[in-house]
Design a protein around this ligand. Structure first.
Ligand code: GSH
Length: 316
């Protein structure tokens, strides 16, 4: 039974994270982030960048338009996911890896994420724990009594969102059968989506994912009452750490999905912890501002549709 995302459990199914790898397809100068406004992992990296006060150039990859599969993007990140970080033509992938890379590279100069030696193990334990939550299943799965917010609504019904991706990837595998790199990327991606979809549409699996998320949140509650948060610090350290970047966004997502009442007690420490992370300027700039669906998603989607009308051969 699958209770965690493929990226956290099946290294043989997904390409390894890249760290600072030169790519002829990436912009040569400056700090660039390929991301989608509402994507959980993009939210994490954007908050991290904001926290460090790093200027970055935005490249929105419209997931509802399946732009993550476009050849130009798949050549930069063969996982066909967001986010991707590019610094001076060098590519870094995988959210945990991107944030660690940014903290290693800029943390000291920006006086940020300076986790003390004795806190490092705890921070990385809590980072990995957040990255292993199956938020994609909770986002797209049908959960009894929970009405998903706009624009998720019926996009996700009966696994249709994932089924459409599988169909598109099957067409791309044929179209790019003579381009070994793209063909392999699309085949691997299709296998990842098939495994993910299976967990989402099988109601017993989804119910088990809800239960395992509840258990993780009970652990979180315990850590918040026994760890540094109780004496004015954060989840796993005295100063804000990458663990807080992971968990703040996760809790914000679970709330947005309407799952708060199902997953944790309103009067718990989790609520006051979430409120404290969300109140930070970095969260407001990196997450909340980008969550304005009309301006950040619907408008770019309309522009994309309009420009596709005039292009006979679309990017895919
Ligand atoms: N944690 C992995 C996976 C990231 C991930 O699943 N990103 C989602 C958005 S939060 C995505 O791009 N989904 C589009 C797709 O899989 O087609 C990573 O950072 O590489």
């Amino acid at each position: 039974m699958r209770l965690k995302p493929v990226y956290a459990t099946d290294p043989e199914l997904v390409d390894k994270p890249l760290t600072d790898v030169p790519s002829p397809w990436a912009p040569k100068k400056g700090i660039h982030l390929y991301h989608f406004p509402l994507s959980l992992d993009s939210q994490k990296v954007r908050q991290g960048l904001e926290e460090m006060g790093i200027d970055w150039q935005s490249h929105v990859i419209l997931l509802p338009a399946q732009q993550q599969f476009s050849p130009s993007y798949a050549r930069i990140n063969s996982r066909c996911v967001v986010p991707t970080l590019v610094i001076d033509g060098r590519v870094t992938t995988d959210t945990v890896n991107i944030l660690t890379h940014l903290a290693d590279r800029f943390g000291v100069a920006k006086n940020c994420f300076n986790t003390r030696e004795h806190e490092k193990e705890d921070v990385s334990y809590w980072v990995d724990k957040a990255a292993s939550l199956f938020i994609e299943a909770l986002t797209y799965g049908d959960i009894d009594g929970v009405k998903k917010p706009f624009p998720l609504g019926n996009v996700s019904e009966h696994g249709r969102y994932h089924q459409n991706k599988i169909a598109l990837l099957s067409r791309l595998i044929v179209k790019y059968q003579h381009d070994e790199t793209l063909k392999l990327a699309y085949e691997k991606k299709r296998a990842v989506i098939e495994a993910t979809q299976k967990a989402i549409v099988t109601s017993s699996q989804l119910a088990a994912i809800v239960e395992s998320t509840k258990a993780e949140l009970r652990d979180l509650e315990r850590q918040l009452s026994e760890g540094p948060f109780d004496s004015g610090g954060w989840l796993a350290s005295d100063a804000l750490s990458l663990a807080d970047i992971q968990w703040g966004v996760v809790l914000y997502r679970l709330r947005w999905l309407g799952l708060e009442a199902l997953l944790w007690e309103g009067e718990s420490r989790i609520t006051s912890y979430a409120d404290r992370v969300i109140a930070r300027e970095s969260f407001q700039n990196g997450v909340v501002q980008w969550s304005r669906v009309g301006r950040k998603v619907i408008l770019p989607m309309l522009q994309h549709r309009l420009s596709s009308l005039f292009k006979r051969d679309s990017a895919l």
